[in-house]
Design a protein. Structure first.
Length: 303
């Protein structure tokens, strides 16, 4: 790592303390059982997920300046609305320190989402936003605000509904890369990168399947496949506007990421503290992550 530049891990997770308090009280449909947070049938082992000091130790062990924190995807809960987002964001405020940058929670599918994004950006606390992978249809008002903010926007896969993924841990091994690719395709073919060029989208887990299928998407555009409208830029250019983290566990795939997205768009991301994460952070990619994730402090209007 260059000694004169900060290094940041762009993809780490903590459970906000407000969520833990609510769980111990049995509120918001949450509970704590045998050392795990139980949320919508999923179990999140508390241990390091509820321990900011453990993340600070990771930062020290990796010789980083800090880490960018988002909630585990089970906590996106877009059907829970504005009140849930407010609870999560209050906990994220409590976690924020010079070494821990936090990504805000949006009630993404609620009409208030653009106003919530604009309000969080004014605080000077949040370094951007973390989004799950629901249906992105009708989100232009959200994209407009994030565009004006030039917001770092982490796309993290949520749950896949494919029942065939229940065996062999495929919900994670295959479902997560698919969900990220689906989100990326939804953005590309809705021309979001072309129409809202200020947004700094970052796709987790190396962008999932995106690099492998981007050429196929371009072919679909060139041959005017059904349902594909003309775009303001080629698919390859739209894809190259994305950032990705480097969490792919494969050197050949990492080389493909560099060719597909560009070296400057491949960021350090460990997915700490989950078992499918990385054991180390690569310095140069951590430098770029730090430059992109300074806390927002900008005034925009939500229309």
């Amino acid at each position: 790592m260059r000694a004169d530049m900060p290094g940041w891990d762009v993809h780490t997770h903590l459970i906000p303390p407000t969520v833990l308090t609510a769980a111990y009280r049995g509120e918001y449909g949450l509970s704590v059982d045998s050392g795990s947070l139980v949320v919508d049938g999923q179990r999140l082992p508390l241990k390091r997920l509820a321990d900011p000091a453990a993340l600070l130790q990771w930062i020290a062990d990796q010789d980083l300046e800090g880490a960018v924190v988002s909630v585990p995807p089970a906590l996106f809960r877009y059907d829970a609305g504005v009140e849930w987002a407010e609870l999560v964001n209050q906990g994220l405020r409590e976690l924020a320190t010079p070494q821990l940058r936090v990504l805000g929670q949006l009630p993404l599918l609620d009409p208030s989402a653009p106003a919530v994004a604009a309000g969080l950006a004014r605080e000077g606390v949040f370094s951007g936003f973390a989004l799950g992978t629901p249906d992105y249809t009708g989100l232009d008002p959200v994209w407009q605000v994030l565009h004006e903010l030039e917001a770092f926007t982490l796309i993290h896969p949520g749950h896949s509904d494919d029942k065939r993924l229940r065996s062999f841990y495929l919900s994670n091994l295959l479902g997560n890369p698919y969900e990220t690719g689906l989100a990326a395709a939804s953005l590309v073919f809705a021309d979001v990168p072309g129409r809202f060029q200020g947004i700094r989208f970052c796709l987790c887990h190396g962008g999932g399947v995106t690099a492998a299928v981007a050429g196929r998407w371009q072919r679909g555009l060139e041959t005017a496949r059904p349902g594909i409208e003309p775009l303001s830029m080629p698919v390859t250019e739209a894809v190259r506007s994305f950032y990705v983290d480097d969490l792919v566990h494969d050197e050949a795939m990492l080389q493909l990421l560099v060719r597909t997205f560009g070296a400057a768009h491949v960021l350090a991301g460990s997915d700490w503290p989950f078992p499918m994460g990385s054991d180390e952070v690569v310095g140069e990619r951590a430098v770029t992550a730090g430059e992109l994730t300074a806390p927002l402090a900008k005034e925009v209007s939500a229309r």
